[in-house]
Design a protein around this ligand. Structure first.
Ligand SMILES: [Zn+2]
Length: 382
């Protein structure tokens, strides 16, 4: 990974080049921000930059043996630690999954990672055994160059085990660079963050997202590219989800579902649920994520009629019509419904049951049969 392959974030690249040039590399850094802002790719690009034998024009060369091995993620002096499933597991046992995961999308979310290794967030952790493995690896001599780099993804999953690393972070062996890559500062042990140089990431610029969308989703119309770039709020993952919806099926079938749920015909709802069940898991989640946007726009439209609606024309028209039928508090219920559905789908809930239940609930919401404050969603599903 070279800096130029990392989207945007020019300020941070500038800072990282500068600490290397001035020979002032902090021994421990923590990159903070949403995965979709590019924290992990930046950590990998920085590790490669530090290792490179022939840095040029503010970037690693991309050709020397260090660059070659860094890019293939087989450099013996670049160590990766990340959350895994199982109380005694270590990152080493998951290294081939990890490599192919990164090959697919280096901006991916921790949820996607757990999906890949067959678990969920609640089971994920960075274990005591992994901390011990890490300490051992960093205590050894370097294999190939001057530096050792440890990239630790999602320190949020360290728990108290993290305290084993404090001494290492505070007094690291010579030429050791520790890069932690996290999302929420408040969920990381204070004892750790206080010993690291914080590097907060900002959302990606709209123009960076726009360029990426144009290059990667050539079928999107200009107007769609603009709207997605705004809706994504600087998060590449959201932008990709939305773009896939536009090129794919989610936005189209969303309105169809609204119609079916409004009518409330049982046979139609069952056959709809069967169809939904045949979509792949990502498409199913995207469907509900799109729904969240749709309802969010509806709330804004009701509260601030002058708000510029960030929906495509057809969806915008449907939203405004529907908005006459549905009260604010019912939209809240619908949002909760969509959030719960994503929650269950992420935990491998049965998509057919999730969808059928949703159709029935949404029908009640649209028909105004849900009394205020009736919490109905957390029971039957999955
Ligand atoms: Zn190089």
């Amino acid at each position: 990974m070279q800096f130029r392959q990392v989207l945007g974030q020019e300020d941070i690249k500038h800072y990282l080049r500068e600490v290397v040039e001035k020979d002032r590399i902090p021994h421990a850094l923590i990159f903070l921000g949403a995965s979709g802002y590019g924290t992990l790719p930046m950590a990998m690009a920085f590790a490669q930059y530090v290792m490179c034998e022939d840095r040029q024009a503010g970037d690693s060369c991309g050709r020397c043996r260090h660059c070659y091995k860094s890019a293939k993620r087989i450099h013996p002096d670049i160590h990766y630690t990340f959350p895994t499933i199982g109380s005694k597991s270590t990152s080493a046992e998951f290294s081939s999954d990890w490599r192919s995961f990164l090959e697919q999308n280096m901006y991916a979310e921790v949820f996607d990672w757990f999906n890949r290794i067959g678990g969920d967030n609640r089971q994920g952790n960075i274990t005591k055994d992994e901390c011990l493995r890490l300490l051992k690896a960093l205590s050894m001599k370097t294999f190939e160059g001057e530096f050792k780099v440890q990239i630790l993804w999602m320190p949020e999953f360290l728990g108290r085990e993290g305290n084993r690393l404090l001494k290492l972070i505070e007094e690291p062996p010579d030429n050791t660079l520790f890069i932690l890559v996290g999302q929420q500062q408040e969920e990381i042990l204070n004892t750790i963050t206080s010993r690291c140089q914080l590097v907060p990431f900002k959302p990606l610029d709209e123009k960076v997202l726009r360029k990426h969308l144009i290059e990667n989703f050539p079928r999107l119309k200009g107007e769609e590219v603009d709207q997605i770039s705004v809706l994504a709020k600087g998060d590449l993952n959201i932008a990709i989800d939305l773009a896939e919806q536009k090129e794919g099926i989610a936005a189209n079938i969303w309105l169809e579902w609204m119609r079916i749920a409004y009518k409330g015909n049982g046979v139609e709802m069952v056959s709809w649920s069967d169809r939904f069940n045949r979509l792949d898991r990502e498409a199913q989640k995207n469907f509900f994520r799109y729904g969240l946007y749709f309802f969010r726009e509806m709330i804004l439209y009701q509260l601030y009629p002058e708000h510029q609606i960030l929906l495509m024309e057809k969806e915008s028209l449907a939203m405004r019509k529907l908005s006459n039928l549905i009260e604010l508090r019912s939209i809240q219920e619908a949002i909760e419904l969509a959030n719960d559905s994503i929650f269950h789908l992420e935990r491998n809930g049965n998509a057919r049951i999730v969808m059928l239940d949703n159709s029935i609930q949404l029908n009640k919401i649209l028909r105004g049969k849900i009394p205020t404050g009736n919490r109905f969603t957390k029971k039957q599903k999955s």
